[in-house]
Write a new protein. Structure first.
Length: 157
């Protein structure tokens, strides 16, 4: 159902075009940062809890969009200031396009039974992340070995 993810896509575009994450981080980074972090964590928790209600499940496209935006704003504003976490997120960010493009093939076609054999939502997401990351690393290595990057950098594409 493509409409379920439409708000997420629109919010992602708006965040990129309007610099919303930087603006939110600036607003949340004011005085008494710890108090703002606690308030943001409480708000994030409330949003996630509301997503689990009948209303959140009825309007799942809207609740997915709002929850996704809230998690990203919170993570960008507070969690990325932790050096180890920032490095991990930067590494994942370099592979994010490949991972986004490949994860549905892994999830639905190639490793469906194995990925979902863990029977735990967090374990399934973690395994899917690792599978997608592994494929992305392989793709990037293949691009380097075949000269793909040089070819397209010289052509200006």
């Amino acid at each position: 159902n493509y409409f379920r993810w439409l708000l997420c896509v629109v919010l992602g575009i708006a965040c990129a075009e309007e610099n919303i994450l930087e603006r939110a981080k600036g607003w949340l980074s004011g005085g008494r940062r710890w108090l703002r972090a606690v308030g943001a964590a409480i708000l994030l928790t409330a949003i996630v809890v509301c997503k689990q209600t009948a209303l959140g499940k009825t309007y799942i496209g809207i609740s997915d969009g709002i929850t996704t935006l809230a998690v990203i704003v919170f993570t960008y504003s507070f969690v990325t200031d932790i050096p180890v976490v920032r490095n991990i997120l930067m590494f994942l960010g370099k592979h994010s396009m490949n991972m986004f493009l490949i994860h549905n093939f892994i999830r639905y076609t190639y490793l469906n039974e194995w990925t979902y054999s863990f029977k735990n939502a967090f374990a399934i997401v973690f395994v899917l992340l690792l599978e997608s990351l592994f494929v992305s690393i392989c793709i990037e290595k293949l691009k380097s070995v075949t000269g793909y990057k040089k070819l397209f950098n010289k052509e200006g594409i």
